[in-house]
Design a binder for this molecule. Structure first.
Ligand SMILES: C[S@@+](CC[C@H](N)C(=O)[O-])C[C@H]1O[C@@H](n2cnc3c(N)ncnc32)[C@H](O)[C@@H]1O
Length: 431
């Protein structure tokens, strides 16, 4: 026997962990349990995802989240797709928290009396066991047959405090969930629809391993890998959308969540299947020249393997050379300014400008004066240091530059980057 919570009647008694969701402008307070808050999907990220799902045509039926945690992603899917939900959570208190959170989301959206809320349930149990979950729901809701599952969402827990981890450490494990649910998922013309929310730290080889597990159950099923970033060049989520949830011909997608919840996410789609490689551009070392352009792009976009495709959309057909591909400041060199009229495109560029001076200076506190002398020849009022430096040294150098330039009368904004593998500094006027 599994325990079943009805979100319409759930109460928060006994739940002590709760917090307003920081991405929901303080309007939604979510309950968590067993220190589940760090595991929960931020409301804005959950909504952006559900919004993309909304554009697909899923078969009729339930949204199933078989490791639903605090139920936030499930709640977002249910709200935007207007579907009933089934959440399964091993931790009983978290299952209760999920039910209360679904109730809060429905109240916030004035949807408590909908038919889909009537049919929604959270089960405290094992999310790998499709047979037991389906039988329990059918019995509890007095259905004549097992519920139709339109989409399986899975966001497994990963070991905490660990930068890397093996696929077998995910809880629940992907292969076990696939096996336990394959017979119970509704299949459309592209097979069942699944959304696997994976760790952004999976290596390329681990991604290939995930595909092998998928193929072992649904051979050749359509797939789209999705990298999501909330900015600062970090990939926050890496997901694999499968079958009815994947988009034909789109092997990769980069989703940049904008700063305000009211703005739509910026989406870049395309790319090569991951079997063809990680999609990172090939770096070339060519000597920097005055007059050429240097741009530092969003590191998360580059990590998604879609940077080359995106660059084509903001440049005239010209040759781009990649001088830095990995790390926080991927850097390209090009002849003409980038076409960044669209504010969404602007968000994917950390800095762009024209090289006005080259200086072979090893940048440290002793050489700052020498650099400032040179900068002043170019009418510069402010210059951002975008050179790899030790974290304790960087603010000191930036502070010294700011102080010295503040006393002068330059008019232009600039940034300084370093030629990789070289001490050469490139001073660029921002464009
Ligand atoms: C990363 S959290 C999910 C967070 C969720 N997406 C949200 O928005 O709140 C993963 C959850 O899986 C649960 N879990 C682990 N093994 C499970 C299993 N076999 N069955 C069901 N839930 C499981 C963990 O207790 C944890 O709460």
């Amino acid at each position: 026997m599994v325990e079943i919570f009805n979100p319409k009647t759930a109460v928060s008694a006994g739940l002590t962990e709760f917090a307003p969701d920081s991405t929901a402008a303080g309007e939604l307070v979510f309950f968590h349990a067993s220190q589940g808050k760090p595991l929960a999907t931020p409301w804005q990220v959950a909504l952006a995802r559900s919004n993309l799902l909304k554009q697909l045509s899923l078969p009729e039926g339930y949204i199933l989240d078989c490791a639903c945690g605090s139920g936030i992603q499930l709640g977002a899917h249910m709200a935007l797709l207007q579907r009933p939900g089934i959440g399964v959570e091993l931790d009983r208190m978290r299952a209760q928290a999920s039910a209360v959170n679904l109730q809060s989301i429905a109240m916030y959206r004035n949807e408590m009396d909908t038919d889909r809320m009537q049919k929604t349930r959270i089960i405290a149990g094992d999310g790998r066991d499709g047979a037991t979950v389906c039988a329990a729901i059918a019995d509890h809701l007095e259905l004549e047959q097992f519920p139709n599952i339109a989409l399986l969402h899975l966001d497994p827990a990963r070991p905490r405090n660990s930068r890397t981890h093996g696929l077998e450490e995910m809880e629940p494990r992907l292969d076990e969930v696939f096996k336990g649910w394959a017979p119970y998922l509704t299949e459309g013309e592209n097979g069942p629809a699944l959304l696997l929310d994976l760790s952004p730290r999976l290596t390329h080889d681990q991604r290939l391993e995930v595909e092998t597990m998928v193929d072992a159950v649904w051979k050749g099923i359509q797939r789209t890998w999705v990298w999501t970033s909330r900015g600062r060049g970090r990939v926050d989520r890496l997901a694999l959308w499968l079958g009815g949830a994947a988009t034909a011909g789109v092997a990769r997608r980069f989703v940049r969540i904008p700063p305000a919840i009211t703005e739509e996410a910026h989406v870049v789609s395309g790319g090569m299947r991951i079997h063809s490689g990680d999609g990172l551009p090939t770096p070339v070392q060519s000597p920097p020249r005055r007059g050429e352009r240097v741009s530092i792009l969003d590191a998360a976009l580059v990590e998604s393997g879609l940077a080359d495709e995106w660059v084509k959309t903001v440049t005239k057909s010209e040759r781009i050379s990649w001088s830095v591909v990995e790390g926080r400041r991927p850097q390209i060199h090009h002849q003409h300014p980038l076409r960044l009229e669209d504010s969404m495109d602007r968000m994917l560029v950390q800095a762009t400008g024209r090289v006005v001076a080259l200086a072979r200076i090893k940048l440290d506190l002793d050489t700052v004066d020498q650099l400032v002398e040179l900068v002043l020849e170019h009418d510069i009022s402010k210059m951002t240091v975008r050179v790899p430096l030790a974290p304790d040294v960087q603010p000191k150098i930036q502070g010294a530059i700011d102080r010295q330039l503040a006393r002068r009368h330059g008019r232009r904004e600039a940034f300084v980057v370093q030629q990789p593998g070289d001490e050469m500094l490139l001073i660029c006027i921002a464009e």
